[in-house]
Design a protein around this ligand. Structure first.
Ligand code: PMP
Length: 428
């Protein structure tokens, strides 16, 4: 076993972390174990998790039910190729996803990660139109401030300027970007906020394969919550213009926004939906792209009836078993009450931040609490302060935010909100 120093030395020498530099790395904290909402560092310090490991851990760490589901499956088989074989964990999961997602999404394509689920969705849309003989339909209409992943197709539909991929801009396919939805969640809808989107879609309808967006919450692009009426207008116009709608629910799926899927805030069903992150309760990497019968029939009855994608680890049985157990836990354990309690507490306790000099805005939706600063946060400075306070919060840009596991209790959540207040107050 490595000593802590050996571990951090090896890490420093060889390991790349997300969005970091080797020459000027931000600190990393060695983790020894994690249990419930606690992440324990190698020096024994326990941190209360405010991040759910990037929106994924719903039921806490080391959950006995998910552990058992994975080990039971492990004793049967860890993996088989999905070409020519099928298995119960995948079939069960597909049935559950079809049952719980908005009406009409009947077909499920499993892949490895959120970004790949987005690639699959984009390919489905292009291949759908190809099969109808509309081979010119290869452009996507996305939203400014949107984020859909780090692979090339996904990068191509992320905001080209403010997004984190602008450096690759010249190498990406050119798509269309409508103004971000400025109408906020919970505020009266202003029809003018839809005019740019409406104009772009009507003008370019012949070449657009699909609209792609994050429903209700634009996450990595700034944690903005927008009006469900905007989403309804998008669905209506896509129907009218005969353009497909892709909802990227990778961050919002499985209850995080207070609805099981964020599309439910607007009572709409997309033609294609991407799921990932919380799908396995944060245990293993798995994603799914669902589509309705129009899309699947369109692809498969067309000129090229085979859908051209097939990852090696497609429908990995361990990951599917984890997902089945996680969704079961979610549905059985009154997730709505839990998320609503978290939402009420976040609203009440983060409100104090609003009057702090460093703060531009405070907003809460479901189990997401955001404190937006006036200036970008200094990660290298703030992260150790949070760790010192026994909490795991990782700011990005101007945002300090919380998205705790749903099992967090009132006292633990108060430690997180108090920690944020202490640190944000010190910024003044
Ligand atoms: N879409 C959205 C909305 C996301 O938030 C993310 C990840 N932050 C992705 C896609 C990409 O998922 P992954 O990191 O699993 O590739």
């Amino acid at each position: 076993m490595l000593s802590t120093t050996e571990l951090t030395d090896l890490d420093r020498e060889h390991l790349w972390h997300p969005y970091t530099s080797f020459t000027n790395p931000s600190p990393v904290f060695p983790v020894r174990r994690a249990q419930g909402v606690h992440i324990e560092l190698s020096d024994g310090k326990k941190l209360i998790d405010g991040m759910s490991s990037w929106w994924s851990v719903l039921h806490g760490y080391n959950n006995p039910v998910i552990n058992k589901a994975i080990t039971d499956q492990l004793h049967q088989f860890a993996h088989v190729m999905f070409a020519g074989f099928t298995h119960e964990p995948a079939a069960q999961l597909a049935k559950t996803l079809v049952d719980i997602t908005p009406a009409g999404l009947n077909k499920v394509f499993f892949s490895d990660s959120g970004s790949v689920a987005v690639e699959v969705a984009l390919k489905m849309a292009i291949q759908y139109w190809y099969s109808q003989g509309e081979t010119q339909r290869t452009t996507f209409l996305a939203l400014r401030r949107g984020y859909h992943g780090d692979t090339f197709g996904a990068m191509g539909v992320c905001d080209p300027h403010s997004g984190m991929h602008h450096l690759f801009h010249q190498s990406l396919s050119r798509h269309l970007f409508a103004d971000e939805p400025e109408c906020k969640f919970g505020e009266p809808f202003d029809e003018r906020s839809f005019s740019n989107f409406s104009h772009l879609l009507q003008r370019n309808r012949q070449k657009i394969a699909a609209v792609i967006l994050e429903p209700i919450v634009q996450g990595a692009g700034g944690m903005h919550f927008y009006s469900p009426i905007f989403l309804q207008r998008v669905r209506e116009l896509c129907n009218k213009m005969n353009v497909l709608l892709i909802a990227d629910e990778i961050a919002t799926g499985f209850g995080r926004t207070g609805k099981l899927f964020a599309c439910e805030h607007a009572n709409i069903s997309p033609d294609i939906m991407c799921l990932g992150k919380a799908l396995t309760g944060g245990y293993l990497t798995l994603a799914a792209t669902l589509c309705n019968d129009t899309v699947s029939d369109g692809i498969c009855r067309g000129k090229n009836s085979i859908f051209m994608h097939g990852p090696t680890f497609m429908a990995n049985p361990l990951a599917c078993a984890a997902a089945n157990a996680s969704i079961d836990l979610l549905l059985k354990n009154d997730w709505q009450k839990k998320v609503s309690n978290i939402e009420q507490q976040l609203k009440k306790e983060l409100e104090d931040c609003r009057t702090m000099p460093a703060v531009a805005d405070v907003r809460v939706l479901g189990a997401i609490g955001v404190v937006e600063l006036k200036e970008a946060a200094n990660l290298a400075e703030l992260q150790p302060k949070f760790v010192e306070l026994g909490i795991w919060i990782r700011p990005f840009g101007k945002l300090i935010y919380l998205m705790p596991p749903f099992i967090i209790n009132e006292t633990e959540l108060r430690v997180l909100t108090t920690g944020i207040k202490t640190v944000v107050r010190s910024l003044a």
